[in-house]
Design a protein around this ligand. Sequence first.
Ligand code: MN
Length: 405
Amino acid sequence: MKVDVAAISDTGRVREINEDSFLIDKELFVFAVADGMGGHAAGEIASATAIETIRASTAAGIDIARSIEKAHESVKKKSAQTESLSGMGTTLTAMGFSAKKKIVIAHVGDSRAYLFKRNIDGASTLERITKDHSLVEELVDAGQITEEEANVHPRRSVITRALGIDGDVEVDEVPIDFKIGSRFLICSDGLSSMVRDEDIADILNSNPLPSDAARELVARANKAGGNDNITVVVIDVTDEEIIFPDSIKVAQSVPADEKKQRVHDKSGRFVFVVQILLVILFLGAILGGAFFVAKNYATKGYFLDEKNGEVVLMKGRYGGVLWWDPTLDSQSGIEVKKMTSADKVLVERNARFETRSVAVKRLDEIRKRQKEKEVTTETTTTTTTTIPDGQTDIILSPATAATND
Ligand code: MN
């Protein structure tokens, strides 16, 4: 039991949003299309809810028809809980396993399943498996209108059965011939109402790859107007041996399901996570950048300060910036009280230097001036000793005044 599968869901050319959903899961062996309806985004929620329930139910080993009944209950429940979702519904057409472990097509609504076969003589046949649960189909059955009239009937989109509507739902189940070379198509009415069965057959016949066939079918529906959302699932049987998925396989299929779910979500959820990560990285880069700019500003350069009467060289900004306080670079050994008054002003005003070498050079100059002052003072002192008492002040004053600028 192996298949090649391709699926495309397209918004079409008229609708704003895509209310169709689909599911392809080779492990669980379930392939489904749901066409939601309801005001605002309700149809989208109805179809997605139904698909999600189908997946969970089949993963729990429940047959496809019973899974569709469960989907009906889920949509009904959700619709009853939220007022804006009231009245929403969805079609559901799926290939999966019956309770008797046979591969079947089960469905509710007007999403269709077709079987396409290519014969040995080159001729091909397209057979519709499902019967639309629609008003026009009932009219055709009753002989009131023809198939051709049904295709253009103004009320052709009115369906007579849907999931999520009050009461119970009746699910149709059709056994299928699962043979190598058979190609199955499950689609929403966005394809079948826009492209005639003969043209669908033509496209399925001329595109050997399911992916090409799916792309061409969607393109043709859009070319015809794309009035509705278009969803197609093309399934080629490549191995007809039927093996019911066992519980171990089902359990293993959970991570694969998550991957499929991303496809089903049209990558929305995955992209969203990536976007959040990018925003975090971006903000991190900005904050990181700002941090280093601030840190660089706060810790750059040197300034003079006084500590315990001594001149010290500090690194950083006077008073600090944010949580970066200036740090002691070195002690100069210069006593403030012995400095010239001009140099004292440098310390009082916390003179700044961009580089350490400039600061050290300036400190050397200050030290030199201080030494000169000391020498002058000593000389003067020596002089005073030689001057008789009583005249000391008179002689000292001019000498002191000279060294003090
Ligand atoms: Mn539709």
